[in-house]
Design a protein around this ligand. Structure first.
Ligand code: AGP
Length: 612
């Protein structure tokens, strides 16, 4: 997720662009840059750091500059450095572009250009190949050059390009990354999100996938993928700035819950091949025999990331037949773990800055153990100190309560489990096929449970839950870590004291706390232990507990006994935790809003715990 702004009009372009980028910094803030035409010359100014840092680097510029593009980056490929910041420009220096998304086949395009010695590269980004491709295809019309260039590209993009040969013109293209066009009087804007345009206009066009646009100060032309002019419906923007930054949702947390289908899809992009039923993690550069040599994996993390690790344990042990121990980093780092070079340590951290997790990473490295990091922030401390990195591409997560980052951590662990299983010969091709295709189907299934209709049933239960000061989450097998994560979500944003228990443990004590009406959220998605889970649910109902069950469509035994049920679309049991997390996140969210909690910034908590 990056912030993109383009301007063509009668105002000072750079002032409009910088102001727009500042309103998009929640989409990415590790580096920024602008490109503009100054007296016919294409000028690019860019630097690592915030938009404010860029402003400083720009210095005083002419007020006569009327066209330009700007970008604030959330790095995916290439660390946050001056060279990797956008805009990127062609070798001839006449074309510059900004991009939001991932070019999946950039390596092969880059290699072709290097082999042909047609271009030199100044960055390690995927985006730069686009600038050179457009240059290769430029024959006097920037829009045609962009269309031709993109025929060679696989991946996602929201991009805006300018050329010194066509002053006053912005050319845009959209595939899987948002682009809106703001329609003004004597000016038009392009942006990756609405907050950047509201100060100038409330009239907008939304580009659809496969569409292109040519934008000047007084003309906007939109073309479909065939190059035919299309008429677009105009959108009237009614949001204020704050609502627009949250995509119209009341809180960043709800926006980020709703972004989970896209986050999961992005994290799997170029890493799964559904038609071949395989996972490609060659980016980790493991030698096949190295994976075979591992005798044990430690997964080390904190909080929600730790719960992802608990699921990773079962997934990796089942698919790669490799023993896994999962520990909270604050314990691991002080208990003198027995580490050796036949082990792999996987650290999981959304921020990549959690002090305890970083310390655990350093301990493992000191002991000569290979460390693989799963993190959401390119250039974070964890990403710089691990031997290998598997990035989640969830985009910036603003809410303190982690949701989309957690789901993409699970995806990363599935990918590792399958990849290791294939390397170690412990997963049958048929099973691998089934799970890889099950993964590929998850974004659509996540979308199907994020509808108002499916959420409305859950909200009624939350009104009851919100009146209580304690609640239970129960589950067995893979449902148990999901219950733990659900309890943490509820605790941290609604302040209800929630506990998670292995469902089979209730009778060993916690059942004493089950009284009339107490909320009990029961995860029942694992066929293998469904009967046992249903018995535990019965134990709770018999003592008056108010049960809300989360189960799979088709698990009919559940419906015979409980009225408050959230049905998930059917999926392999091993993949169910990706789907069942969503209702537990929504339960926490609606219970918290019913109690008037500060959802995005809960009391006492920080987004990244960089202290011990
Ligand atoms: C998640 O909802 C919590 N805010 C918290 O537990 C978080 O997961 C934990 O602090 C770890 O953060 P990290 O993933 O950035 O290391």
């Amino acid at each position: 997720m990056c912030g993109i702004v383009g301007y063509a009009g009668n105002k000072e372009a750079l002032a409009v662009i910088i102001d727009g980028l500042k309103k998009l910094e929640y989409r990415g803030y590790d580096s920024a840059g602008v490109a503009f035409l100054d007296d016919g010359e294409l000028v690019v100014v860019k630097s690592a750091g915030s938009v404010a840092a860029l402003e400083g680097a720009m210095g005083e510029r002419s007020s006569e500059i009327k066209t330009g593009i700007g970008h604030t980056r959330w790095a995916t490929h290439g660390r946050p450095t001056d060279e990797n910041a956008h805009p990127h420009r062609s070798c001839c220096g006449e074309i510059a572009l900004i991009h939001n998304g991932i070019i999946e086949n950039y390596r092969s395009i880059r290699q072709r250009m290097l082999d042909q010695k047609t271009h030199t590269f100044s960055s390690e980004t995927d985006t730069e190949v686009l600038a050179h491709l457009i240059e290769e295809n430029y024959e006097g019309d920037l829009l045609k050059a962009v269309r031709r260039a993109l025929k060679e590209v696989k991946g996602s993009y929201g991009l805006v390009a300018i050329s010194s040969r066509e002053p006053g013109r912005l050319v845009c293209a959209r595939q899987d990354s948002p682009l809106v066009i703001g329609l003004g009087k004597g000016e038009n804007l392009v942006a990756s999100d609405i907050p950047a345009i509201i100060a100038h206009t409330r009239r907008a066009l939304v580009l659809e996938d496969g569409e292109f646009a040519s934008v000047t100060m007084d003309k906007v032309e939109v073309y479909d993928h065939k190059g035919l002019l299309v008429e677009k419906d105009e959108l009237e923007i009614t949001w204020d700035i704050e609502a627009a930054e949250k995509g119209g949702y009341d809180h960043f947390m709800l926006k980020e819950i709703m972004e989970q289908p896209a986050a999961v899809k992005e994290t799997m992009r170029q890493r799964i091949n559904a038609s071949e039923g395989r996972v490609d993690l060659s980016e980790l550069e493991f030698a096949a025999d190295q994976i075979k040599s591992f005798e044990k994996i430690y997964i080390v993390a904190c909080g929600t990331a730790y719960h992802a690790g608990l699921l990773g344990k079962t997934i990796i042990e089942r698919l790669a037949n490799l023993p896994v121990e999962v520990e909270v980093a604050s314990e691991f780092r002080y208990r003198e773990p027995l580490l050796n070079d036949k082990q792999l340590v996987i650290v999981i951290s959304q921020s990549g800055e959690t002090a305890d997790t970083l310390a655990a990473l350093r301990l493992a490295r000191e002991k000569g153990v290979s460390v693989l990091a799963i993190t959401n922030v390119v250039g974070s401390s964890v990403s710089r100190e691990a031997d290998r990195i598997l990035y989640t591409w969830a985009g910036p997560e603003i809410a303190v309560a982690s949701t989309k980052a957690y789901l993409t951590q699970l995806i990363a662990l599935y990918l590792i489990a399958i990849y290791f299983g294939e390397a170690r010969g412990t997963i049958e091709k048929k099973e691998m096929d089934e799970i890889v295709n099950g993964l590929a189907a998850l974004p659509a299934k996540l979308k199907s449970i994020l509808t108002e209709e499916s959420v409305s049933r859950l909200r009624t239960y939350c009104e009851h839950l919100a009146k209580w000061e304690s609640a239970f989450f129960i589950g067995r097998n893979l449902d148990y870590p999901v219950a733990m994560e659900g309890a943490l979500k509820l605790k941290e944003i609604s302040y209800i004291h929630a506990e998670a228990y292995a469902a089979g443990e209730l009778k060993h004590g916690p059942l004493a706390l089950i009284v009339e009406g107490i909320p009990v959220i029961a995860l029942a998605t694992q066929q293998a232990v469904l009967d046992k889970t249903l018995s535990n649910i019965q134990e709770v109902i018999a003592r008056g507990g108010a049960v809300f069950a989360i189960t799979q469509e088709g698990f009919n035994d559940v419906s015979k006994q409980i009225e408050a049920i959230f049905y998930l679309p059917p999926t392999d049991d091993i993949l169910a935790p990706v789907l069942s997390a969503v209702p537990t996140q929504l339960i926490a969210y609606y219970a918290a809003t019913a109690r008037g909690s500060s959802v995005d910034k809960p009391r006492n908590l920080a987004k990244s715990v960089t202290v011990e």
